[in-house]
Design a protein around this ligand. Structure first.
Ligand code: UD1
Ligand code: CA
Length: 435
């Protein structure tokens, strides 16, 4: 049994290397802000999680509150106390063991943090060895162990060649933080109070610092959009593996993208190039190549190839074929095989949607609904001008524009211009001789 633990996540920085209007920790990985992933892992280990905020603090706080209630937020005074050491100034951890995590390491898992919970040292810190250590603080290690951390911007040429880097996770005893945080200085290249300087101060007093070797797969820091993309690759691999082990079939899994909030039940199959986002829920369904499913429910259905299911759709017992776009619609027991737009529609069992059917849901100002009952046959190239209700058992002939607001059961609807035939027109038009 581990001793109780407080976790502090540093998320007050600007993240200028992202070159973005959005705070760094709010950049999405697999459909959730980076910080969401860290907070989720932290809450799996303790009930005392504090997030330090400052830059865009309202947005950062709101993004986390939306998902997690029991998180404490503390505001850093980044003007007076900039830096990762300044960030801890007003934090009051509840327990004696304190784990500090950078807010830009979205790949940490509860399992990967276990090693920090058992340490007998005064400080346990994370290290990894990199071929290319650039961007990270270098860890200076002597015969007797960890001596200090030197930030890249403060390092001399020899220090820059060090390949042991600080991954950005530390376990402290609370008393160690209380003692050394007030002693930090900002006399360095960035004019910041570096949390990392606590190590050298503690070592000078003979305290023990234990290095814990970790892997980049879990502790990679995200500073730039290139780092973000690299972290996404790792996160996606995890998400796919989790679902494949749960029975989801995937063809060329490396080409499939799945948001972290997506869930699968029963036996699902995904072909190459599929993208599924938001809180989509798929049950016993087959999504064919290059289809996109956004924030929708698919039950006992097959979709695609190259179909686009947009948010708030519910598709049950339905066949959706290629080049069909569905938006905010409920389809039950429907066949829509080719080239259609179905938006703001409710369509019931046994109904066939012919090729090229369009629900005209927008008049340039407002959106309107279409309701189609059971066993309706919509011929190819039909347009339904919404708002419109078509009752059960209706046939709409190919090429019809349905302008009625209400179509009663049993009828045939047909709107076509009468066809004209002009004899020999082709030959006279092109000045050719008639055969
Ligand atoms: C930091 C470490 C570095 C380590 C690297 C690992 C320091 C001084 N350096 O560098 O040794 O190798 O992480 O990824 O700690 N933050 C605040 N308040 C601030 C400044 C930053 O809360 O005033 C937060 C940021 O939002 C971020 C985290 O602290 O989540 C780390 O800050 P960042 O600027 O990314 O530090 P690095 O330069 O990467
Ligand atoms: Ca960083």
């Amino acid at each position: 049994m581990n001793e109780p633990l407080s976790i502090i996540i540093l998320a007050a920085g600007k993240g200028s290397r992202m070159k973005s209007q959005t705070a760094k920790v709010l950049h999405d990985i697999s459909g959730r802000p980076m910080l969401y992933h860290i907070v989720k892992s932290a809450l799996a280990l303790t009930d005392d999680v504090t997030v330090v905020v400052s830059h865009q603090k309202e947005a950062v706080t709101a993004a986390i509150r939306e998902h997690f209630e029991s998180v404490t937020f503390v505001t850093q005074d980044t003007e007076r106390f900039p830096g990762t050491g300044g960030a801890l100034k007003n934090v009051a951890p509840r327990y004696d063991n304190v784990l500090v995590l950078n807010g830009d390491m979205p790949l940490v898992t509860p399992e990967s943090l276990q090693g920090f919970l058992q340490g007998g040292a005064d400080i346990t810190m994370s290290i990894f060895d990199l071929e290319d250590p650039s961007g990270y603080g270098r860890v200076v290690i002597s015969d007797v162990g960890v001596e200090r951390i030197v930030e890249e911007k403060d390092a001399n040429a020899a220090e820059l060649t060090i390949r042991h880097v600080n991954a950005g996770v530390y376990a402290f005893r609370k008393s160690v933080l209380e003692r050394y945080l007030p002693r930090l200085s900002n006399a360095n290249a960035q004019g910041e109070y570096y949390l990392t300087d606590v190590i050298a101060l503690a070592r000078a007093d003979g305290l023990s610092v234990e290095p814990l070797l970790v892997d980049e797969e879990h502790f990679k820091g995200v500073n730039s959009k290139a780092d973000l993309a690299a972290a996404e690759v790792i996160m996606q691999r995890r998400i796919r593996e989790k679902w494949m082990l749960a029975g989801v079939g995937m063809q060329l899994p490396e080409t499939i993208y799945i948001d972290e909030a997506v869930t699968f039940e029963g036996e699902c199959r995904l072909e190459n190039g599929v993208r599924i986002t938001g809180e989509s829920r798929l049950v016993n369904s087959h999504v064919k190549a290059y289809s996109v499913v956004e924030e929708s429910v698919l039950i006992d259905s097959d979709v695609g190839p190259m179909a686009h299911i947009r948010p708030a759709s519910r598709i049950e017992g339905t066949h959706i074929g290629n080049f069909v776009e569905v938006k905010k619609s409920t389809l039950r027991g429907v066949k829509a095989g080719h080239l259609s737009y179905l938006g703001d529609a409710t369509i019931d069992e046994g109904t066939n949607i012919g090729a090229g059917v369009i629900t005209c849901n927008y008049d340039g100002r407002k959106k309107y609904e279409t309701r189609i009952g059971k066993n309706v046959f919509l011929g190819s190239d039909t347009q339904v001008i919404a708002p419109c209700t078509i009752e059960d058992d209706v046939i709409v002939a190919a090429g019809t524009t349905v302008t009625s607001r209400h179509v009663e059961s049993g009828v045939l609807l047909l709107s076509r211009a009468k066809i004209r035939k002009v004899e020999h027109f082709f030959y006279s038009f092109f000045g050719k001789e008639r055969p």
